[in-house]
Design a protein around this ligand. Structure first.
Ligand code: DGL
Length: 265
């Protein structure tokens, strides 16, 4: 990435999922101006070959480079698993990525059995499996890919028969195996929290990494003296998909009106 000149922070995901992270960033750092990119035209990343996801990440990073962002948040577990090392090699800008919260889940678990919901891409990655093997000695880690779930969220279907049936199908085997902590290893899934709670009940720790990532971003900005002065930050939204289709879902999830810009693919 070229020399930092703007005061903005880039945040991206394959689609609307990263809004769950953006919300934590906006809440913790209200003075920061944020640019959010949903790469909807290439969603879902989770079932695409890693080379294809990497190519998209480099294209989106190039857009942020042109915007001269002062930091970049990869608000996607799949993209982080596949691309973060390459993105960092290409850039001197601080880049923050997501990682399924196996460590906090393993620490919180009393049964010693935890579950991880994530995309097929994340669960198949070397990065994820390296992380998993670090905790496997003391904790049984059950992984569950969730094809189809991201597509439901992209349509704003956070409840209803189809989404409930899919989620029950993915959660029942984990519950039957005695998990007491559940890691949400995809940034789309926090939007299903009410439904997840309904299915798993109150006695299971459901762990989302949006807030810790916002705090990590804050620490990185502080360390580099990059925090913005005290004025309200702006949030700008972009999609590589069809704005007319994506805008209503984004507003539903962001819970405020917004104007969506089109990112040419
Ligand atoms: N939200 C993304 C993640 O955290 C991926 C969703 C997808 O495009 O498959 O992994």
């Amino acid at each position: 990435m070229s020399h930092v000149a703007s005061d903005r922070i880039g945040v991206f995901d394959s689609g609307v999922g990263g809004l769950s992270v953006l919300a934590h960033i906006h809440r913790l750092l209200p003075h920061e101006s944020l640019i959010y990119v949903a790469d909807t035209a290439f969603m879902p990343y989770g079932c695409k070959p890693p080379e294809q996801v990497l190519e998209r990440c480099l294209t989106v990073a190039d857009f942020f480079d042109k915007q001269q962002v002062k930091a970049l948040v990869v608000a996607c577990n799949t993209a982080t698993a596949v691309a973060i090392e390459t993105l960092r090699k290409h850039s001197s800008t601080p880049i923050i990525g997501m990682e399924p919260a196996i460590k906090p889940a393993a620490l919180a678990s009393r049964t010693g059995v935890i579950g991880v919901l994530a995309t097929t891409g994340t669960l198949g990655s070397g990065k994820f499996n390296g992380l998993k093997s670090r905790f496997e000695q003391h904790t049984r880690i059950l992984v569950q890919p969730c094809p189809g779930l991201v597509e439901q969220i992209e349509q704003g279907k956070l409840s209803g028969e189809q989404t409930t049936a899919l989620l029950e199908h993915y959660l029942q085997p984990l519950l039957a195996s005695g998990i007491d902590a559940l890691v949400l290893g995809c940034t789309h899934y926090p939007f299903l929290m009410p439904l997840i709670r309904q299915i798993v009940g109150e006695n299971i720790d459901v762990i989302d990494t949006g807030e810790p990532i916002a705090r990590q971003l804050q620490r990185q900005l502080e360390a580099r003296n990059l925090l913005s002065p005290e004025r309200a930050g702006m949030v700008e939204f972009w999609t590589s998909g069809d704005c007319a289709l994506v805008e209503p879902v984004m507003m539903q999830l962001w819970q405020a009106p917004l104007k969506l810009h089109h990112l040419p693919v």
